[in-house]
Design a protein around this ligand. Structure first.
Ligand code: FE2
Length: 201
């Protein structure tokens, strides 16, 4: 019996096929990548299940490779579930509790947006707005790959994917215009729903 649970990709909300400024072709290709990460995660866990720890001296390099690949696949799944989970809205300024936290922790919505936008331009993979539970505040973080650089005990509430696969088809190298489109499709109800679920206040 497998010592892990096989997971399935979350379905793609039909609203994501009609985003403003992010084409259906981009979203469909992007979603297939996400499905690939889910398959990869299941495959890696099956392989890890078969590693004989009694033969550890022989399997360290195998373990190292599988465990690194696992962080990449699981990171990609979590990142994309936030990304696809909060697109399909009307954009505009954040409202509700998230809007209040943004004002409190960044001084203004414009300041938060400018910082996340610049972080997305500076990064190579992701820019996140996270709630840091140890500091009880929001912070914008930068990621280069699916498994770099999240921090412990922080929950991503906004995940801006700046990999080329997220925008090249629509914008070629014009990442800034893609980021502007990203902001215009955010669904604040989804973000505030996560805040409710996690009991952030
Ligand atoms: Fe992506």
């Amino acid at each position: 019996m497998a010592g892990f649970e096989v997971i399935s990709a979350r379905p793609l909300d039909a609203r994501l096929l009609q985003l403003d400024g992010i084409s259906r072709a981009t979203t469909e290709a992007h979603y297939r990548l996400y499905q690939g990460y889910v398959a990869k995660r299941n495959e890696i866990l099956a392989l890890l299940d078969d590693v004989d720890l009694d033969q550890a001296n022989q399997v360290y390099s195998v373990l190292r490779s599988l465990k690194l690949d696992l962080t990449f696949a699981v990171g990609a799944i979590k990142n994309h579930e936030v990304y696809f989970g909060h697109l399909g809205g009307e954009g505009g300024n954040p409202n509700g509790v998230f809007g209040r936290l943004v004002e409190r922790d960044f001084g203004s919505v414009d300041r938060w947006r400018a910082d996340l936008r610049a972080t997305g331009l500076a990064g190579r993979g992701w820019a996140w707005t996270v709630y840091d539970w140890d500091e009880s505040r929001l912070r914008n973080l930068l990621g280069d790959a699916q498994n770099t650089y999240p921090v412990w005990n922080a929950t991503p509430l906004v995940a801006l994917d700046v990999h080329e696969h997220a925008y090249f088809l629509d914008y070629q190298t014009d990442r800034a215009s893609y980021i502007d489109a990203f902001f215009e499709n955010l669904d604040w109800e989804a973000v505030n729903g996560w805040i409710d679920t996690y009991r952030i206040s």
